[in-house]
Write a protein that binds this ligand. Structure first.
Ligand SMILES: Cc1cc2nc3c(=O)[nH]c(=O)nc-3n(C[C@H](O)[C@H](O)[C@H](O)COP(=O)(O)O)c2cc1C
Length: 212
């Protein structure tokens, strides 16, 4: 099984994207992978803004990328693209940071008008970093990611199924298994669904905090 770095690019302290990624992380761990969670917002802002690759925290992140065989990249859609915070990290990484790696791109957003942001905005940037494979990504509507008063995460069933599909495809690609040619079973219509099948307990401390 593989080492996977799971990167949330949301600047929000109360982040649905980060919660969604931690849910995906659990699925990958249950398949035997080692998953290292990273919230970009935990990195020193000056190092990101000034693209200081020599900063110890950035050097540590670069080392994490080097170790990982797989990378999950999650971002909220901001202004029809990925977050500036995620871009600030990608910009400070070496051009080869994704070389030979398998990448799963995930996004959350408020409107289906931007459901293709992964493909027209994020995927080209990731491609420029020379990954071996970018697997099928997925856009999840923010309203399908619900957080209860007790901090319990609930993902709408159709969204959860779609995420499981793309996560399994990513896992299979990492293990060098052939991928079926079909798209995920779940469609992209994002119709309202009954809620309540997938519930996990959010543990903010589980995300790796560098130089906190
Ligand atoms: C500054 C800002 C810009 C946004 N722009 C878009 C957008 O262009 N398209 C969209 O679908 N959602 C947009 N949203 C909604 C977020 O993408 C969505 O709520 C997302 O799930 C937030 O993730 P987070 O909780 O991890 O920050 C925007 C939100 C903010 C705060």
């Amino acid at each position: 099984m593989a080492i996977i770095l799971s990167v949330s690019g949301s600047p929000s302290a109360f982040s649905r994207t980060a919660r969604l990624l931690r849910h995906v992380d659990e699925g990958l761990r249950s398949q035997g992978h080692e998953v290292i969670a990273l919230d970009v917002r935990s990195l020193p802002p000056e190092a990101l803004l000034y693209a200081d690759a020599s900063h110890p925290a950035i050097a540590e992140v670069i080392a994490l990328f080097r170790r990982a065989a797989g990378v999950v990249i999650g971002t909220p859609v901001y202004k029809a693209a990925y977050s500036g915070l995620l871009k600030s990290l990608l910009d400070v990484l070496p051009q080869s940071a994704l070389t030979g790696k398998t990448v799963l791109p995930l996004a959350t957003g408020g409107t289906t008008a931007h459901v293709l942001a992964i493909d027209y905005a994020l995927r080209p940037v990731l491609s420029s970093m020379n990954p071996a494979h970018i697997t099928q990504g997925w856009f999840t509507l923010d309203k399908d990611i619900m957080v209860g008063d007790d901090d319990t995460l609930t993902i709408a069933p159709a969204a959860a199924r779609a995420l499981a599909d793309v996560t399994n495809r990513f896992s299979r690609a990492l293990c060098g298994m052939s991928l079926p040619a079909d798209r995920p079973r779940t469609d992209r219509s994002h119709q309202p669904h009954a809620v309540g099948q997938v519930r996990i307990r959010w543990n903010a401390g589980a995300a790796r905090t560098l130089l906190a």
